[in-house]
Design a protein around this ligand. Structure first.
Ligand SMILES: Nc1ncnc2c1ncn2[C@@H]1O[C@H](COP(=O)(O)OP(=O)(O)OP(=O)(O)O)[C@@H](O)[C@H]1O
Ligand SMILES: [Mg+2]
Length: 364
């Protein structure tokens, strides 16, 4: 589901986030996907804060650099929104047709969205008839503050790019996992069964967890069906700040230490970060399991920049008791553009899941 989508043309996926502009163009082949264009351009700190473009000159310059470095010729882009500006809710409405719901969706949105309905873009997707009450159907409602989308569109247009698709980060991540065959029921059941030494129960859900600088995007799916989504506020920047404080160094030095020489970081700091991160993720898992006792989460697929932290899978497994796998889309996508350091691109694959999922909107 997209907040809006105008044309059927090819798009590049552009993730405008707290720390970087990430751009991906894909080609669909018979046997899967091939990476056609790639860029990851860091943004100055505080250029974008909580979805608000503060330094539009820096952001549009980074977009221009991303286009140039990637070599893409495509001008249409798919972008993602997340965080506080976005509401995603499963609601129940009297059973009707998609056409009729279209006409009354802003009335429904008005009931369920805590913003003025004039100030949001909204969309919906019918999931199907409610299991307990055949008179109503379950509908996913999405609404995002217009100012956030309009801000992004403005900086994109300043860089000569046209926004043709606005998606939600959680759905882009799901799209990437689904398109790469990672949500196939058979593969989940097989892996889950392996993880539990084959004495597993039937069913079972998978949690897609993307940990960025400030936001954790959580999307829990059962048999490929979205059961729970949430954006939480914690991430890699919190670890950098803990390092900064404990070692009395600058933010940028702490960031460098985290990425280049984490073994030098005080182990209490690392433990504190993982304890906090584990508690945050637990809150979503607990919320899900309270409402879905029959289909426990059996594995977590981890992406985002924090998935590059050494041993994060083990650290989270120790705290959550659930198998954690790192989701690197470039294990499944052919990476061969000329002039690219292929190993370096593969190494940051988990950080590129959102733009990969966005780029796949070309082939919907
Ligand atoms: N090699 C690495 N080791 C550890 N942490 C890393 C590494 N590379 C990036 N990070 C951290 O990952 C975070 C950035 O991840 P990501 O690009 O997924 O976030 P973002 O999309 O910019 O932010 P958000 O989604 O929260 O708005 C930063 O905190 C960064 O320090
Ligand atoms: Mg992100």
């Amino acid at each position: 589901m997209k907040l809006f989508s105008r044309k059927k043309d090819a798009v590049v996926g552009v993730d405008i986030s707290a720390t970087a502009i990430k751009l991906i163009e894909l080609e669909k082949k018979k046997s899967g996907y091939r990476l056609k264009a790639f860029a990851n351009i860091p943004l100055p700190r505080d250029a974008i804060v909580e979805n608000t473009v503060i330094d539009s000159i820096a952001v549009s310059q980074a977009l221009l650099d991303a286009v140039e470095e990637s070599g893409t010729k495509v001008k249409n882009v798919a972008i993602a929104v997340s965080g506080n500006a976005l509401i995603i809710k499963t609601i129940q409405v009297p059973t009707t047709t998609e056409f009729e719901l279209e006409a009354q969706i802003s009335f429904e949105a008005d009931q369920h969205v805590p913003f003025d309905i004039e100030d949001v873009y909204s969309d919906f997707q019918i999931l199907g008839v409610n299991e307990d009450d055949p008179e109503v159907m379950d509908v996913v409602l999405v609404a995002c503050k217009r100012e956030v989308v309009d801000d992004y569109q403005l900086v994109l247009s300043e860089a000569g790019l046209i926004t043709t698709c606005v998606d939600c980060a959680v759905f882009a991540i799901e799209n990437a996992a689904e398109e790469l065959g990672l949500l196939d029921v058979s593969s989940i059941e097989l892996d889950a069964a392996e993880a539990l030494d084959s004495d597993s129960e039937e069913g079972g859900a998978v949690a897609l967890v993307n940990i960025g600088a400030n936001i954790i995007n959580v999307n829990i799916l059962c048999n490929g069906k979205m059961m729970f989504v949430r954006d939480q506020f914690y991430g890699g920047q919190n670890l950098t700040e803990l390092i900064q404080k404990a070692h009395a160094i600058s933010f940028s030095a702490a960031e460098e230490m985290k990425k280049q020489s984490i073994a030098m970081v005080d182990s209490n700091v690392i433990a504190e970060f993982y304890d906090n991160l584990g508690s945050e993720i637990s809150r979503s898992l607990d919320f899900y399991s309270a409402n879905n006792t029959e289909d426990p989460v059996q594995s977590i697929m981890l992406s985002g920049g924090c998935a590059l932290l050494p041993n994060i899978d083990l650290e989270l497994y120790n705290r959550l008791g659930i198998e954690v796998r790192i989701f690197n889309p470039f294990e499944y996508i052919e990476v061969s553009p000329q002039g690219l350091d292929i190993e370096a691109v593969r190494a940051i694959g988990p950080m590129m899941v959102v733009p990969v999922g966005l780029a796949m909107r070309s082939f919907d």
